[in-house]
Design a protein around this ligand. Sequence first.
Ligand SMILES: [Zn+2]
Length: 76
Amino acid sequence: MPARYLTTNPCEDACGTVETDRRVEDAPVYRCPGCDSEWIELGERTPPASRPTTAPRPAAERTADAPRRPAGPSGD
Ligand SMILES: [Zn+2]
């Protein structure tokens, strides 16, 4: 599982994993007791799809240009 490191220290795989009380992006922060690296598992974040994304758009996207008529002869 991909992880994002918050604190990166030389880790030689001899370290372990402890779960901290902290959370980043709603994912639990893990810490390595050997080298004090800290990271989160990207798969444990809250997916952004759970947030409401239906924000009302400002109605400023109207086309201000009205279709112009060709200027014809306006009389004799
Ligand atoms: Zn380590």
